[in-house]
Design a protein around this ligand. Structure first.
Ligand SMILES: [Zn+2]
Length: 448
């Protein structure tokens, strides 16, 4: 038995590793392997943040409990297959079943004609679907879960085959809020790492926003950077349907650790703070471009200005035309219009001596005299003026002298927590410290 368990854990590891590369193809295989060996004691913590564990957990959940079957009897035992996927925007009953490995014309006809089932393909895409088929790929059961608009409960659509044929029903289920821990290491990009850790995009974007004063996620990331995060989720039957707010996070960038926790005083607007009670936000953001999946893939290029290269006093950000541009600090618009060479240009006065200038914009969304808060959108990336490709040109002048915008962000002041809230903050910080440490420990364990 001991040997059996050891080989199981080896199997689990092999499966986990290959899942990283071929999640969907391996899923069906996992179902087969696990049924073949009758693994019911395949214990994985429901909150396991390890990149490879989560898809495995999904398969385990959908398996019926099978009696222990010796490995050499595998071939004689009929088995069921379980697969999960999400409904895509352009999916039809046929394309969905095909992707889920169902080969069943009766089920296809039912799915096409049934009024309840049609809800699968209406409204928002991304509904989570799990199917159970027999070894002939006949559909035994299909379950889909999604959030209706009120988002306090979720919809569960169940199609089932019985001796009377196929039937369907629509149920409402209660969403379960919970906290998740996750961690990861950057190898190529933040999204590659958060995908590997099974983190929703919403959490990745929040991570980038939380540390936006310290790290420019489009330019500063290094291979080997690490993150840990504690965030809220809403689950339906154990499947996460929506990620909520990040409660605490740590990010080690280029050897330097940044940490933040969410703190909200009742009746006040919440914000992120360091464990020392200093606000994670500073007077200036490190980047005028928000971090998104689309723009993050856009690499740095050489300065795309044609002709003779003049002395270049500014920072260029390669980004696609139309990417939103935001003000890096509070201020007042002092210029909005056309400037020779610069094309569509915005200048923002942040203090008596601090001015930022945004050039080559495709669109200007603000007017002269308008008051702006940090992070507000002011226009969009373009290629107007003297520019041969879409990019944003940013200048930061202090008393008329050019400065490095990123350096200015780094050196800008933090806002300290109101001292009256300190005791409450410290109590929260203690709990968050433990959770964040747990997330980090899990990462180290999975790396070993
Ligand atoms: Zn430039």
């Amino acid at each position: 038995m001991r040997e059996f368990l050891t080989s199981l854990s080896l199997l689990a590891r092999a499966v986990a590793h290959s899942l990283e590369r071929h999640p969907r193809r391996v899923m069906a295989g996992v179902g087969t392997l696990l049924l073949g060996t009758g693994v019911t004691a395949f214990g994985i913590a429901p909150l396991a943040p390890d990149a490879a564990d989560l898809p495995v957990t999904r398969v385990i959940e959908s398996l019926a409990i099978e009696p222990m079957v010796p490995a050499d009897l595998t071939a004689a035992v009929p088995f069921n297959l379980f697969r999960s996927d999400t409904v895509r925007r352009d999916d039809t009953a046929q394309s969905l079943l095909q992707r889920l490995g169902v080969r069943d014309s009766a089920a296809l006809a039912f799915l096409r004609d049934d009024a309840l089932s049609r809800q699968l393909f209406s409204g928002r895409a991304g509904k989570l679907v799990t199917v159970e088929t027999d070894d002939q790929h006949q559909l035994l059961r299909l379950t889909a879960r999604w959030l209706p608009d009120d988002e306090r409960s979720f919809n569960r659509l169940v199609l089932e085959r019985s001796s009377q044929g196929m039937s369907s029903r629509l149920e409402a289920g209660q969403l379960t809020p919970s906290t998740r821990l996750a961690s990861g290491e950057i190898r190529s990009s933040l999204f590659a790492a958060t995908d590997a850790a099974n983190l929703p995009d919403g959490v990745a974007v929040q991570l980038a926003e939380i540390f936006a004063s310290d790290i420019d996620f489009r330019r500063d990331l290094r291979a080997g950077d690490r993150f840990s995060v504690v965030y809220e989720t809403l689950s339906a039957d154990g499947e996460v349907l929506r990620a909520g707010r990040v409660l605490s996070a740590s990010f080690v960038n280029n050897g330097e650790r940044h940490e933040a926790i969410w703190f909200e005083d009742p009746g006040q607007k919440g914000a992120y703070y360091g464990f020392d009670g200093q606000s994670a936000r500073k007077a200036f953001l490190a980047s005028p471009l928000a971090f998104t999946r689309v723009s993050s893939g856009y690499g740095m290029r050489v300065h795309p200005v044609s002709g003779k290269q003049k002395r270049h006093l500014g920072t260029d950000y390669a980004a696609p035309t139309g990417a939103p541009v935001r003000t890096i600090g509070d201020g007042v618009v002092s210029f909005a219009g056309w400037q020779n060479g610069y094309g569509n240009t915005i200048e923002i006065q942040h203090s008596k001596e601090q001015v930022t200038k945004f050039a080559h914009l495709s669109r200007i969304d603000v007017q002269k005299g308008q008051r702006l808060a940090q992070g507000e959108q002011i226009g969009a990336v373009g290629s107007t003026g003297l520019s041969t490709g879409p990019h944003l040109h940013l200048e930061f002048k202090v008393a008329g002298i050019h400065q490095d915008p990123q350096e200015m962000a780094r050196r800008s002041e933090n806002v300290a927590l109101n001292p009256a809230l300190r005791a409450r903050f410290d109590a929260l910080a203690l709990v968050q410290r433990q959770q964040l440490d747990a997330a980090t420990t899990l990462q180290q364990a999975s790396a070993d």
